[in-house]
Design a protein around this ligand. Sequence first.
Ligand code: 5GP
Ligand code: MG
Length: 182
Amino acid sequence: MQSDIEKILYDRNVIAQRVHDLGAKIAQDLQSNQIDAAEIVLVPILTGSIVFLADLIRHLPQKIRIGVVSVRSYHGKSTSSKDLALRSEIPQSLAGKHVIIVDDILDTGKTLALVTSIISEQNPASLKTCVLMRKRIPGAPELQADYIGFDIPDEFVVGYGLDYDDYYRNLPDIVTLRPDAL
Ligand code: 5GP
Ligand code: MG
């Protein structure tokens, strides 16, 4: 696995620091909006966000719940979402809750747009989005999320939960792969 790595984009220490800061910001926003009294539900999009989620939630002192969603994308091993559909049930009873959708990476924005639109139908009290990374594609419009860990160049990355063909999720760093590994 190590020999498949081309370069390290963000090492584990840089990630840990950034996730700590993101968590602190989210916790502060929840507190200053006095949301901590009401129910908070984090909605991670499987599977890529699991490592990020696991680290992020341990920086939140509030009482929270987790409701996972899974999105099926009909694409190749390393290209991004084309046709998307929900693979799982959306957590029910998000009405009146403060919801934060958590994803690994914002690329074309289709995944987040799909999950956001389905969850808004349930009328949550508030709905925010949090992504570990946002890809900046030259010439493309800048996509928004409420919380963004890193703005990255238009490169295919794996590690820290992100996969290629379902492998490499367990790499502690965010890396690019050598062309012969793809
Ligand atoms: P979007 O719907 O925004 O185009 O794509 C988001 C999804 O595409 C992410 O949740 C992720 O599963 C996948 N994706 C996009 N870019 C990358 C990447 O560089 N590496 C990996 N492993 N997945 C990516
Ligand atoms: Mg994903």
